[in-house]
Design a protein around this ligand. Structure first.
Ligand code: SF4
Length: 495
């Protein structure tokens, strides 16, 4: 853990260690009181890939408790909202969802246990309980391995909160997914290798909700990857809030960096593709760039958030990098791997951002060229330094800048998609398409590629030539199936 004085006394004080339990209303436990009845679980993920991964792990753990997943909240005995706090809108969505759940419970008279997990849970634990009486349980991202015991408390008639940063490693307490669960999730999987952040960008809640940077031990990651490969996973995306700051203790006694880990994972039979996200420009070192040159499994695609093209704004954001470092990384990446494409994150209307500074961001977009990007209006998050900044940019200005920025990013994406027409590359077939005989694959650049009558199945690689680029997907013509003796197709595996 880092000691950061900015945390003291805030509502989001991540070092609060409370697992306080308050009484629930009489009769509220409903169907969950019957331990013998089949129990259904509905998990809804908001926000980033880390939440998707966490949601899967919660479902894996609750499967051991007898819960089966359902895709309908109305059908569930337990609803978990795995929340995101990165933007105000994301947090408000959770309260809207809770309002809907409450209304539905009032209409049907059916009590479902409602749990709020993730970063909103961590930041606003007690507040959620006050604001949303429908909630029975609040659990932070570092404590969700304790869900079974928290649910037992709910069944005993209590409302439970656990937003601790426990000393034990939650990953030690989480069961591996079943083969059936992995098959359902498809041949591309996320694997958390690192959590938390020590960077303290002035707009961001992550260091408060997810805690300090912690890397998982290398042996555990390799074990998890081998298991997933055995279950038919062909593409792994290593995830972490600061994934390229990874520094995991390895069985050889050394501390492995992210490139070391990528080389280790590339040796696992069946794993044909590797990706990682999200990276910080400060942690893009020579070894990682060289791995993109030397490791064929490592996809030529990098998500590298830059947030702004203005040095003054980047400094005010405490990003610890300027625009020149970003350009330098992009140049070195493209020198190492000429087919490298980039995606990024942008924030417009950071406090004090002038029109000229915004134009520097527009210039960075044009100069770099992005295959895709995420962009947002700055939204003040309580407890972060930028939220208290006097020079907040008016909403109308933020909206107008966001429209211009998104138009530039859309043009950049479209240009990239069109540049793919005529190119030949591999896709990993992931799911059926809308029409008979169609499968949807994923390109090295994460584009959806629609293939008609492919001579390969879900979970297999197929070389295609791109014949057209639509607004949301590419069309691919099969060239030849990839011979992969070690990679059994997902459909061929027995449950
Ligand atoms: S590096 Fe990323 S996760 Fe860390 S504080 Fe900055 S924006 Fe948040």
């Amino acid at each position: 853990m880092v000691a950061d004085p900015r945390l003291a006394g805030t509502d989001q004080d991540k070092r609060r260690r409370h697992a306080d339990v308050t009484p629930i209303r009489d009769g509220d436990v409903g169907r969950t009181g019957d331990m013998d009845a089949p129990r259904k679980l509905y998990v809804k993920s908001f926000g980033c890939q880390m939440n998707v991964y966490d949601s899967h792990r919660m479902a894996d753990m609750l499967a051991k408790e007898g819960y089966v997943e359902t895709s309908e909240a109305a059908d569930a005995d337990l609803v978990i909202l795995n929340t995101c706090h990165i933007r105000e809108k994301a947090a408000e969505k959770v309260y809207s969802e809770l309002g809907r759940l409450r209304k539905s419970q009032q209409e049907t008279g059916q009590k479902t246990v409602v749990a709020v997990a993730g970063c909103v849970a961590q930041a606003e634990g007690g507040e959620i309980m006050k604001r949303a009486p429908v909630v029975d349980l609040v659990v932070g991202p570092q404590s969700y391995h304790r869900l079974p015991e928290l649910l037992a408390k709910v069944r005993g008639g209590e409302r439970a909160i656990d937003t601790e940063f426990p000393l034990e490693d939650k990953f030690d307490h989480l069961p591996a997914p079943s083969l059936a669960a992995t098959r359902k999730r498809g041949p591309a999987a996320f694997l958390t290798v690192q959590e938390g952040c020590d960077k303290f960008c002035t707009f961001c809640v992550v260091p408060y909700t997810r805690g300090a940077e912690v890397s998982r031990p290398v042996a555990r990651i390799l074990d998890e990857a081998r298991r997933l490969a055995d279950q038919g996973v062909r593409e792994l995306t290593l995830i972490g809030q600061n994934v390229n700051a990874f520094h995991g203790a390895a069985p050889d006694g050394r501390t492995w960096s992210l490139p070391d880990l990528l080389y280790g994972l590339a040796e696992i039979s069946g794993i044909g593709r590797l990706r990682y996200t999200t990276s910080h420009p400060r942690d893009m070192d020579d070894a990682l760039i060289a791995a993109h040159r030397d490791l064929p499994q490592l996809m030529p695609y990098l998500h590298l958030p830059v947030q702004s093209g203005s040095d003054r704004v980047l400094h005010a954001m405490n990003r610890k990098h300027g625009r020149d470092l970003f350009f330098d990384i992009v140049d070195r990446m493209r020198a190492a791997r000429p087919d490298m494409a980039l995606s990024s994150d942008f924030i417009v209307g950071f406090p004090g951002e002038t029109e000229a500074e915004f134009e520097e961001t527009m210039d960075l977009i044009v100069r770099t060229g992005f295959a895709s990007a995420f962009s947002f209006k700055y939204s003040p998050r309580p407890g972060t330094p930028a939220a208290d900044h006097a020079a907040q940019v008016p909403e109308s200005v933020k909206t107008e800048r966001l429209h211009r920025l998104q138009a530039a990013l859309e043009a950049s994406k479209r240009a990239f998609d069109l540049s793919c027409v005529g190119r030949t590359f591999e896709v990993l077939l992931e799911k059926p398409g809308r029409q008979d005989g169609q499968l949807i694959g994923r390109s090295p650049y994460l584009q959806s590629v629609v293939v008609n009558d492919p001579p390969a199945g879900i979970g297999e690689f197929l070389t295609v030539t791109i014949t057209a680029a639509g607004p949301n997907s590419l069309a691919g013509e099969p060239v030849s199936p990839r011979p992969k003796a070690s990679a059994r197709p997902l459909a061929a595996l027995e449950a």
